[in-house]
Ligand binder design. Structure first.
Ligand SMILES: Nc1ncnc2c1ncn2[C@@H]1O[C@H](COP(=O)(O)OP(=O)(O)OP(=O)(O)O)[C@@H](O)[C@H]1O
Length: 259
């Protein structure tokens, strides 16, 4: 049974880039421990939604109600910039498709992970390094690489490091933008396996944008299907993928099956 209060409640979110494109009428709830997949073809508005949730875009209208760790519910869209940044540091995670957008390439792997803990208030060097080592292990990066810079890592390793950097501080909400995109198929499979384990072990609450229905099937409890900036279908993942109601979703599913 889900807890009675959602972690996130999005109401009638809309944004127009000035060319009639963007997103509109988006409303949904996200419960603690739930993974929500957002799927749809390129240009359907997935990234626009994720940017609005992550603070990278201020939408024209709507509300994003977020229940903070202290229980208070705040509208992220009217929060002061300072409070929003504090929340982003302490409670939110954002995994970018390109790990280079989420890592500091001039800082060591251990530094990338430790920095996030310091930003969340950690001060004890020994404990921070121990936590960084622990997290490198969890994302299958050898401890001997702790003092190496991520630009010496493969794409898959960089992505695993970005995940460690995000999860080390125990964020309450994690936003992921095509986390397995841009990687070789075998590397994708390993990363997906790792993500699935972390989601299950830690009970993470995630909004994941992907155009890969295989990723959605494996990770998401619920799916929202977007087309032309709107949600056209939503429901439990198996329900949506095995018995799609909308012709567009049927096409999306059958094009994957045919591929
Ligand atoms: N900065 C912008 N200025 C103008 N139009 C934009 C801008 N960013 C996105 N759009 C348009 O808004 C619509 C939604 O884009 P969005 O990037 O959210 O889609 P998406 O589903 O994430 O696509 P993709 O899978 O390719 O990332 C698209 O038609 C896109 O061309």
């Amino acid at each position: 049974m889900p807890p009675d209060v959602p972690l996130l409640e999005v109401e009638d979110l809309a944004h127009d880039y000035g060319n009639g494109k963007g997103m509109r009428g988006l409303s949904f709830r996200l419960w603690p421990g739930e993974v929500l997949g957002v799927v749809g073809e390129s240009g359907s508005g997935k990234t626009t939604l994720l940017k609005a949730l992550g603070g990278g875009l201020r939408p024209d209208r709507g509300r994003i109600l977020y229940r903070q760790a202290d229980g208070a519910v705040v509208d992220l869209l009217i929060l002061s910039e300072a409070r929003r940044r504090h929340l982003a540091r302490t409670e939110l995670g954002f995994v970018h498709q390109n790990p280079r957008d989420g890592l500091r390439l001039a800082v060591t792997a251990g530094g990338n992970v430790g920095e996030r803990l310091m930003a969340a208030g950690g001060r004890h060097y020994g404990r921070i390094r121990t936590a960084a080592l622990d997290w490198l292990g969890r994302v299958e990066i050898d401890a001997s690489r702790i003092d190496d810079r991520p630009d010496t890592f493969s794409g898959g390793m960089q992505q695993r490091l970005q995940i460690a950097r995000n999860l080390v501080s125990g964020p309450r909400l994690i936003l992921m933008d095509e986390p397995t995109g841009g990687l070789d198929v075998s590397v994708q499979a390993r990363l997906l396996d790792l993500l699935r384990g972390l989601v299950a072990d830690l009970g993470l609450t995630v909004v994941i944008v992907t155009h890969d229905l295989g990723v959605a099937r494996l990770l998401a409890d619920r799916l929202m299907v977007m087309q032309g900036g709107r949600v056209i279908e939503s429901g439990l993942t198996d329900q949506v993928l095995d018995d799609p109601r909308e012709p567009y979703t049927q096409l999306l599913v059958s094009s994957v099956l045919a591929a």
